[in-house]
Design a protein around this ligand. Structure first.
Ligand code: GLU
Length: 566
């Protein structure tokens, strides 16, 4: 434990609702909570806020567990997942703590700090509408608080549904000290008697969070700035129940460079723009084998409003169909796009925090050592994709070829197993080595080297002028070189990059006046379909003899088609 560790053990918590993958903003919150606790010999707790019954805790809603793991943010207590979690202050799912909350509701009702309110949703809606029409702010009128005890008894006997509201004291200043924002205050007149228990018996967020933070011994609450005003309510409940008040730090939102909030909806926004551009009137039919369909009504509904989102699979299928890239928003998007977890951690830490001394690149240990709440800034944090990409490039370039190969292999194991199925260890290592220097992400080699893993007869030839020129131009033409090379290479026994270099250079000396490019480009086109690939000898060595010959023959068979302008 560091020397300056406070006497009470620091305990922070990250408390997401189960809503799928972790958004960058959530990841940054989790990272700050984790770094703060770890730098002080404390505990980082993960608690699942799943009392909103619309949300479920099925595997796909809990996908953020995998994202936290990937970032290396191990939780000391919380849901059990891949070796993390457990702990003696659980359960760590709020939906499993309903009995825990009961006595605390009772305590507040008994002391008069809270009361039952019987208004129906329709009555409350009507009161809100009236307030709107009269252009005044809506406040709950405390009608239920004015009921006499006998009427309350009678309503309960009748089985009328009710919520429990917290009675906010009149005419007082509510204040708390925030480690980022400083003193924050509001007059109690601006805080409505808020609901702490819903009609279905479930606690609201405000109530559950306060009871859980107390029972789990949370000392520091680090969370998004959108919760700042909730803290007044939380403090009121804490006081009424005689609980401790934790230290608070509310951190700013993460925005796009244009200042808009970085949101999962940005993906839909990009897709809608592409749909309009492509003048697509209806949902497309996706490739057979993709079991995604977007129904007509769903399509119309989605196109209509900028707030609407398609599900993850539909977003992916549509982006592929339109050939557009949607912006990465969730941690999983960055992972799939080939960013390294240590780079993500480094970059996320800089969103609203910095260690000073112009230091920008650091690892987890440094972050743990240096992280403190007083260096967090109040203003929104802009997410700069170019900078993140530059960090990723630098990290990849700083690796040895072996390290890069291992990381690429792991990335392919996760997301592109076809590379490992098609290429043996040596070929895969060659592919990694040939790509190392030009890769900004782990996905770059996958994107540019897909031709290696498609079946030989599935190669799609680019119908472009440069391709045509390389194949038909010259004397002898590219096609003629390919014909001759098919024979030369069929005879070649040493199928290595060196062996190929030797044989092909010799061929070029005799038949192309030593101009290797005249021979290399037609070969490259024949095996890859286009004019870009890793160095040609590596490319053929990775591909293997049989595939190389198959592809040269396929290209020759398409001679007529490839000689005519499209
Ligand atoms: N479930 C809340 C959220 O995801 C947690 C807020 C808090 O940390 O208190 O925003």
């Amino acid at each position: 434990m560091p020397e300056n560790a406070p006497s009470t053990r620091v305990r922070t918590r990250f408390a997401p609702s189960p809503s799928g993958h972790l958004h960058v903003g959530g990841a940054r919150t989790a990272l700050f909570c984790w770094a703060y606790a770890k730098g002080r010999g404390g505990d980082f707790i993960l608690r699942i806020e799943d009392t909103d019954q619309k949300r479920s805790s099925d595997a796909s809603s809990m996908a953020f567990l995998e994202d936290l793991k990937w970032l290396g943010l191990q939780w000391d207590e919380g849901p059990e997942f891949n070796g993390s979690g457990g702990g003696d202050r659980g359960p760590y799912y709020q939906s499993k703590r309903l009995d825990t909350y009961k006595p605390y509701f009772q305590k507040l009702l008994d002391s008069g700090a809270a009361y039952m309110a019987f208004e129906t949703a329709e009555e409350l809606d009507a009161a809100r509408a009236t307030a709107r029409a009269e252009k005044r702010a809506y406040r709950y009128d405390r009608a239920s608080l004015k009921l006499d005890p006998a009427t309350v008894e009678q309503y309960i006997r009748e089985g009328r549904p009710y919520v429990v509201r917290f009675k906010v004291p009149d005419d007082t200043q509510l204040t708390f000290r925030d480690e980022v924002l400083g003193e924050v205050a509001v007059s109690s007149g601006e805080v409505d008697d808020f609901v702490i228990r819903k009609a279905d018996g479930y606690p609201t967020y405000h109530f559950a969070v306060v009871v859980d933070d107390e029972l789990m011994g949370i000392t520091h609450v680090i969370r998004a700035q959108e919760h700042t005003n909730n803290t007044f309510k939380h403090n009121l409940i804490q006081e009424a129940l005689g609980f401790n008040r934790p230290t608070y730090a509310h951190i700013s939102v993460v925005t796009n460079p244009d200042g808009s909030k970085m949101s999962k909806r940005d993906k839909d926004k990009a897709l809608r723009a592409a749909v309009r551009e492509a003048k697509l009137d209806n949902a497309p039919e996706f490739q057979p084998g993709t079991d995604v369909t977007i129904r007509e009504e769903e399509w119309a509904w989605w196109m209509e409003s900028k707030d609407r989102q398609l599900n993850m699979e539909a977003v992916k299928a549509l982006a592929e169909y339109l050939g557009v890239e949607v912006p990465e928003i969730d941690i999983d998007d960055f992972r799939r796009a080939g960013y390294l977890p240590e780079v993500m951690v480094n970059y996320l830490a800089l969103l609203g925090w910095s260690p000073g001394e112009n230091i920008e690149k650091f690892d987890r240990d440094f972050l743990i050592q240096r992280f403190s709440l007083d260096r967090i800034v109040k203003s929104p944090a802009k997410f700069d994709r170019d900078k993140l990409l530059a960090f990723n490039l630098d990290a990849i370039q700083a690796m040895s070829v072996e390290q890069f190969t291992d990381r690429l292999r792991e990335h392919c194991r996760q997301f592109h197993p076809e590379f490992l199925e098609k290429l043996d260890d040596d070929a895969f290592s060659m592919l990694a080595a040939a790509n190392h220097e030009r890769s900004k992400t782990l996905e770059d080699p996958v994107r540019t080297c897909r031709f290696f893993v498609v079946p030989d007869d599935h190669i799609v030839y680019e119908h472009s002028k440069p391709v045509r020129k390389h194949l038909t131009g010259g004397e002898p033409s590219g096609f003629e070189h390919l014909e001759a090379l098919a024979e030369t290479l069929a005879e070649l026994s040493r199928w290595t990059a060196e062996g190929l270099e030797h044989a092909i250079s010799e061929y070029a000396n005799v038949h192309a006046s030593g101009k290797l490019g005249k021979v290399a480009q037609p070969l490259r086109i024949a095996v890859s379909g286009g004019t870009v690939s890793p160095p040609i000898f590596d490319t053929l060595a990775i591909l293997g003899k049989q595939s190389t010959l198959n592809r040269i023959n396929l290209c020759l068979a398409k001679r007529e088609e490839l000689s005519t302008p499209a």
